[in-house]
Ligand binder design. Structure first.
Ligand SMILES: Cc1cc2nc3c(=O)[nH]c(=O)nc-3n(C[C@H](O)[C@H](O)[C@H](O)COP(=O)(O)O)c2cc1C
Ligand SMILES: [Mn+2]
Length: 474
């Protein structure tokens, strides 16, 4: 039994646009589960998160582990594992979030620099990662991993900020591993390395989900994702200079790890359960030398489940759909909606709804999708009457409107990515993969045959308006 009770806000916190304010929102609507028994960060946290996620009554709850074995820090889990939770945190609905994000992308709000910050309430300049309750999640993971770390770096050549999420294996009390896919952060690292310098990085944990979603957007290089986050929150993201490195951190973060990605050292990293629910292999990868750990008083530690859980990919799906939608629309303006599926690891599958005016447009949509997002492999195109967020509707379209010989288009040997397990590798980091467009739209000219059989709309409406009449006994 624990007597600890975790306060949601520190007394001098003026903002509602931070991590704990979001938890308070969830608690206010009965969607925060406080776990009071002691829980072990080695596998047990992950198991509880997975059970909560799948339990009918708990799937829409955020989980607060108040009593974590071996650490003073409570852990927050299952905050980012459903579209609905992310939408709730961003003050929108699941259906509207893509438009909200697109809107925010068109009117970014630059960050605001401040010199006092909640994340500096406690400053530790002789850092020991052992104070943090860093979970181990998948059975064969190389060890504990920080999974929700928002990495803030600046382009060494232009000074423009970048935000992305990278996992960090704990190698030592002041040393983290890092895996940078071909992201913008990798470009910063390579530029620093070229200049013979380490890359300063602020790793922020426990930030408003708008920052995490924004970090997943596909924005052009040298565009500050945090300006979109500010627009999503309706208030500039507050940034504070770091204590030990030349970088800035989100002032309202729960925890900030200040460090440098070393330009001259690597270490064996992995295995780690990744987005395809498979293990990434052990490899020699760069390391982050930790210079300081700063945190709020009563700080909360944020964990994002890896691999097995949808949480690992839900942020990516929500963050990639807006730019995919605008890329598709610039090629075919009558594209109505896009869904990047969780089952497809938020990378491999996209479902697109469109109004088709010309035969062959669905193929154009497929090509545009492949061009826009590297890992996309299967693109399903349906008519706009299909609700693409309803799997049964999508199956209905595939079942009734698609002829495999006529409507399935395979494009062979496209540049692929070894992260796709069916890709064919021909060198380190180099692979080709076959891709497919499925056109499940009705043929032009077959509209009468495809008229959907429904109860007359006006009768449905009349009955619905006074429906209680049918449920009374008289
Ligand atoms: C939970 C989570 C973990 C991630 N881990 C990594 C990672 O370890 N390495 C990586 O390169 N990308 C990772 N990503 C994807 C990047 O954060 C994403 O591609 C981001 O948009 C990159 O931004 P950038 O190109 O602006 O640097 C992760 C995403 C999520 C949601
Ligand atoms: Mn970027």
């Amino acid at each position: 039994m624990s007597t600890k009770s975790v306060p949601m806000r520190s007394f001098w916190d003026g903002s509602s646009n931070n991590f704990r304010a979001i938890l308070e929102h969830f608690e206010n609507v009965g969607r925060l589960a406080r776990i009071k028994v002691e829980v072990d960060p080695i596998f047990e946290i992950a198991a509880v998160c997975r059970h909560m996620e799948q339990a009918p009554d708990w799937g829409q709850h955020v989980v607060l582990f108040e009593n974590v074995k071996g650490s003073e820090f409570p852990i927050v889990g299952n905050l980012c594992d459903t579209r609905d939770k992310l939408a709730f945190a961003m003050g929108t609905s699941t259906r509207e979030s893509v438009n909200r994000i697109l809107d925010a992308m068109t009117r970014p709000i630059p960050v605001q620099l401040v010199d006092e910050a909640p994340c500096h309430e406690v400053v530790i300049t002789e850092p020991d990662l052992g104070v943090l309750p860093i979970p181990t999640m998948s059975e064969f993971d190389g060890g504990p991993y920080i999974s929700a770390g928002l990495h803030l770096t600046s382009n060494p050549l232009t000074g423009v900020r970048n935000a992305g999420i990278q996992r960090n294996q704990v190698h030592d009390s002041d040393l983290l591993g890092i895996y940078m896919a071909p992201t913008h952060m990798l470009q910063h690292y390579l530029a620093a390395k070229e200049a013979g310098s380490p890359l300063p990085v602020a790793i922020a944990l426990g930030v408003h989900p708008s920052l995490l979603v924004s970090s997943q957007l596909r924005l052009p290089f040298d565009t500050d994702e945090l300006a979109v986050a500010g627009s999503l929150m309706g208030e500039a993201v507050r940034m504070v200079p770091c204590v030990t490195i030349d970088a800035e951190a989100p002032a309202d973060a729960e925890v900030v790890i200040e460090g440098e990605v070393l330009h001259d050292t690597t270490r064996l990293e992995g295995p780690f359960g990744e987005f395809a629910r498979l293990y990434g292999p052990e490899r020699e990868l760069p390391v982050v030398k930790v210079r300081a750990i700063t945190h709020r008083r009563d700080a909360l530690y944020h964990n994002v489940m890896s691999a097995s859980s949808p949480e690992n990919v839900t942020l990516g799906a929500v963050g990639r759909e807006p730019s995919l939608l605008s890329a598709l629309r610039s090629s075919v303006p009558t594209v109505r909606a896009v869904r990047i599926t969780i089952g497809g690891g938020a990378n491999f599958h996209a479902i697109v709804a469109m109004q088709k005016n010309f035969e062959g447009e669905p193929q154009k949509v497929g090509f545009a999708a492949f061009a826009a997002q590297d890992l996309l492999k299967h693109v399903y195109v349906v008519d706009e009457d299909i609700d693409i967020f309803d799997d049964e509707e999508v199956h209905y379209a595939l079942a009734t409107r698609m002829d495999p010989a006529r409507d399935m288009h395979v494009i062979e040997n496209v540049k692929g990515n070894p992260l796709d397990p069916v890709s064919v590798e021909y060198g380190p980091g180099r692979a080709v993969v076959n891709k497919m467009i499925m056109d499940a739209t009705v043929r032009i000219g077959s509209e009468v045959k495809y008229r959907r059989a429904e109860v007359p709309a006006e009768v449905m409406e009349r009955v619905g308006q006074d429906f209680d009449r049918y449920l009374t006994d008289e």
